[in-house]
Design a protein around this ligand. Structure first.
Ligand code: ZN
Ligand code: FE
Length: 258
């Protein structure tokens, strides 16, 4: 399977998936139809399915127009939040076989950013939308901090070589906050240099691997003594367990960094 990024808006990535000689492809979170239609035409491909992670407009805004052009494309998405364009609502553990791809797709419910947010797992690849970002995570909108903390812990338990395809290029800003939390973490300092180089060449920093996130992403490091100590300093009180540390980190970033 090949995966291509189509940049959209300021900093979104729409991901398209295809087999090397396939005639159809699958698109994840088409917030805008234009880059998708242009790419399909250029590649002479049809569209067999649309995977939606959650209902925000920057992930769904192009679905109607793509459906108008490719009426047979099936639109999959969350069942626990209302997303009007979704035709096939999905639940945890659902398994999809997608026309044009020879890898099967597993559904994970990862609520928190929104109440019904989904991630799609195809082999060692995870499309995680706005749940986990490279170096950071999504904000809490219609879900809860507890949900997002638990969802990140589930993602953290996947194999370390899992490739994480998130939906935004926020990496450099996220690593800046990661260094507020852990100024002496060598892995974050090294990663920041490497990602800055990619950006200066105009390349995406996404995907990353779960192993790299575990070493550098504060929101996956809520059991690390240095991270707990920093979160406690900001909160001004002792914090107990992943959820409390996570909530303090998320509030710290929302209030003081972003
Ligand atoms: Zn979103
Ligand atoms: Fe988004």
């Amino acid at each position: 399977m090949r995966i291509h990024p189509l940049p959209a808006f300021e900093d979104n990535y729409i991901w398209v998936l295809r087999q090397p000689r396939g005639r159809h492809c699958v698109v994840v979170d088409p917030g805008d139809e234009d880059p998708v239609l242009a790419w399909l035409e250029e590649q002479e491909l049809g569209l067999s399915a649309i995977l939606v992670t959650h209902g925000h407009g920057d992930h769904t805004g192009g679905v109607r127009a793509l459906k108008a052009r490719w009426p047979d494309a099936v639109v999959y998405g969350p069942s626990r939040e209302r997303v009007p364009v979704v035709e096939q609502p999905l639940e945890e553990g659902a398994s999809l076989s997608l026309e044009g791809l020879d890898v099967s797709c597993r559904v994970m419910e990862v609520p928190g950013h929104t109440a019904g947010h989904l991630a799609y797992r195809l082999g060692d690849v995870l499309f995680c939308g706005d749940t986990l970002f490279a170096g950071g995570c999504g904000r809490v909108f219609s879900g809860t901090h507890e949900q997002l903390s638990d969802s990140l812990r589930r993602i953290a338990a996947l194999p370390g070589d899992t490739l994480l395809y998130c939906a935004h290029e926020y990496t450099l800003a996220n690593l800046g906050f990661a260094l507020w939390v852990e100024p002496d973490n060598e892995a974050i300092l090294r990663r920041k240099l490497a990602e800055e180089e990619k950006r200066s060449r105009g390349e995406p920093t996404v995907p990353s691997t779960l192993a790299l996130e575990l070493a550098t992403n504060p929101f996956l490091r809520t059991a690390e003594p240095a991270v707990i100590a920093a979160a406690e300093r900001w909160a001004g009180r002792p914090l107990n367990g992943h959820r409390e540390v996570f909530r303090a980190l998320r509030n710290w970033k929302d209030q003081d960094y972003d």
